[in-house]
Design a protein around this ligand. Structure first.
Ligand SMILES: Cc1cc2nc3c(=O)[nH]c(=O)nc-3n(C[C@H](O)[C@H](O)[C@H](O)COP(=O)(O)OP(=O)(O)OC[C@H]3O[C@@H](n4cnc5c(N)ncnc54)[C@H](O)[C@@H]3O)c2cc1C
Length: 275
């Protein structure tokens, strides 16, 4: 089986300061420590478990980002990924989810035939949870979102059964390959980096071309249309950024009862949050 995992390097939004956003409305990545998007580690773990249980499976990892994003690809090699690709080009800067999913679709098509695309449900910075479903649509393949667990994988029947979390419970979904699956943080605990693999791949760096363990692909390499990439391919325009810093004075205790809820709703209506 050929499995492709989409991972993102994200700013650690636990430590956001006033300089987190640029005046243009994009993330000031230099101001924030970069980390591996938490849910993507669960997608990677699911891929590595499929490989453990199905010898011959190849785990490919793709990330679109600035050169520094190669750090998350190294983490994937340390855990057992077979091939990684950094999709990086100044032309991708400022991409919204539509432009991001377009670039990822092109990178996936460059890898070739695949059975599964696994990714996180959402990234902790943009938080839209749109890239997974959009990428599946652009590839015209099945999708199962918010998956906590793969129940059954049948390579012979090219079929997957997964448990997904829904409001108030969960549901079991079956789908035919090729399929894209987005993961929550409810699954198997991601394995740590292996010491041997860390020593092996410590010096790995992105190299232009198709060879592994870490390829570097720009817009021409993935045969993408530059107009559909980055800011030019992004219908989402950030109109204004308000840095909201809450102080203790802003936090008002509301009794957790009917009167309190009415007070809250009227308060929200009053400051035009709704309507
Ligand atoms: C505060 C903020 C608000 C934003 N609001 C919007 C908005 O309303 N609409 C909009 O279109 N864009 C928005 N963006 C831009 C958006 O963050 C980027 O387009 C981003 O690349 C993808 O969206 P996301 O972070 O929401 O990812 P999600 O859709 O939440 O990511 C889901 C999964 O897709 C995969 N994935 C996402 N990005 C990449 C990548 N670069 N490389 C590999 N895999 C990836 C990962 O597995 C990830 O877990 C916003 C950005 C910020 C910082």
């Amino acid at each position: 089986m050929n499995v492709i995992v989409l991972v993102k390097q994200v700013p650690d939004t636990q430590n956001v300061g006033g300089d987190a956003m640029t005046p243009e409305g994009t993330v000031n990545r230099a101001a924030l420590p970069a980390i591996f998007n938490p849910e993507d580690l669960y997608a990677l773990e699911a891929a590595l478990q499929i490989k453990d249980e199905n010898p011959g499976t190849k785990v490919n990892v793709v990330t679109m980002g600035p050169p520094a994003a190669s750090a998350v690809l190294k983490e994937c090699l340390y855990r057992g990924a077979d091939f990684t690709a950094l999709v990086s080009d100044r032309g991708f800067a400022g991409a919204d989810t539509l432009a991001t999913s377009y670039a990822l679709k092109c990178a996936i098509e460059k890898i070739g035939a695949f059975d599964l695309v696994l990714c996180g449900r959402q990234a902790i910075d943009g938080d839209t949870a749109q890239v997974g479903p959009q990428t599946a649509e652009k590839l015209s393949i099945n999708q199962i979102t918010c998956v906590s667990n793969i129940e059954k994988l049948d390579p012979a029947k090219k079929e997957i059964t997964a448990t997904r979390s829904i409001e108030g419970g969960w549901e079991k979904v079956k789908a035919k390959f090729p399929v894209l699956v987005t993961f929550t943080e409810e699954g198997e605990t991601p394995r740590p980096a292996s010491a041997i693999k860390t020593m092996t791949f410590k010096k790995a760096a992105p190299v232009a071309g198709d060879g592994g363990p870490m390829a570097l692909w720009d817009i021409p390499a993935i045969k993408a249309d530059p107009v559909q990439c980055g800011l030019s391919g992004s219908p989402t325009k950030v109109k204004k950024i308000d840095s909201v810093v809450l102080t203790a004075a802003d936090i008002k205790y509301i009794e957790p009862n009917e009167a309190g809820i009415n007070e809250l709703i009227h308060g929200l209506i009053a400051d035009h949050t709704f309507g």
